[in-house]
Ligand binder design. Structure first.
Ligand code: FMN
Length: 192
């Protein structure tokens, strides 16, 4: 069996992002579990706001095609999203929207969502930890026929959740992340 590959996508570009920190901690946990992990920044895949006229005129941007192929090169994907006004931020939704428009040869559109496992996590300074963004993101991914693992992590009071080395400091958060990591590995392995 080939090495399991997991892609970690932080849904924020902000300097000091609480979600980027969580993505980094998760990537470390995947590596510790013996998985080949890739952590990207969506800043390396800039995309215009989705516009059907733009797609009709210029096609799907190369960055969406590249990101879709990056997803396709991994067995499982973790998306770590901020919560904006009780939902997913435009960066995350716009990226998913463009990726769903990619049509590679020998594939049906959106196939990349259907044949691998997804996990979702969020970090927020609030008590709810971005759980409404997770509900929205789960809905979007499920509508794309993705397998989204049942476990998720909503990191509450995230500004206080990291130590000075940017590691999670609360045992309950460490345990929740560990459970998420193990379940994504398990489901991704079964879908290989
Ligand atoms: C437009 C906007 C809307 C926001 N709405 C929410 C919200 O509904 N719930 C929440 O917990 N935090 C909300 N926040 C605060 C973000 O969770 C916080 O800025 C967080 O640090 C963003 O993620 P990042 O640190 O990864 O960039 C909002 C922030 C912005 C800019």
């Amino acid at each position: 069996m080939s090495t399991l590959k997991i892609l970690v996508i932080p849904g924020s570009l902000r300097t000091g992002s609480l979600n980027a920190k969580l993505a980094a901690v998760a990537a470390y946990e995947f590596a510790q579990a013996g998985v080949e992990v890739t952590r990207i920044s969506l800043g390396d895949f800039p995309l215009p706001l989705y516009d059907g006229d733009l797609q009709a005129k210029s096609g799907v941007p190369k960055n969406a095609v590249n990101l879709k192929r990056m997803i396709g090169a991994h067995h499982g994907v973790l998306i770590v999203t901020p919560e904006y006004n009780s939902s997913v931020p435009p960066l995350v939704k716009n990226t998913i929207d463009w990726v769903t428009r990619v049509q590679d040869t020998q594939e049906t559109r959106g196939q990349v969502f259907r044949n691998r496992a997804f996990a979702i996590a969020a970090a927020s300074e609030s008590r709810l930890g971005g759980s409404r963004a997770l509900a929205a993101l789960r809905l979007v991914l499920t509508a794309c026929h993705a397998t989204v693992i049942p476990n998720q992590l909503a990191l509450s009071f995230a500004a206080e959740a990291y130590d000075d080395m940017d590691r999670l400091k609360h045992p309950a958060d460490i345990e929740a992340l560990g459970t998420l990591v193990r379940q994504l590995i398990d489901v991704s392995q079964r879908m290989m």
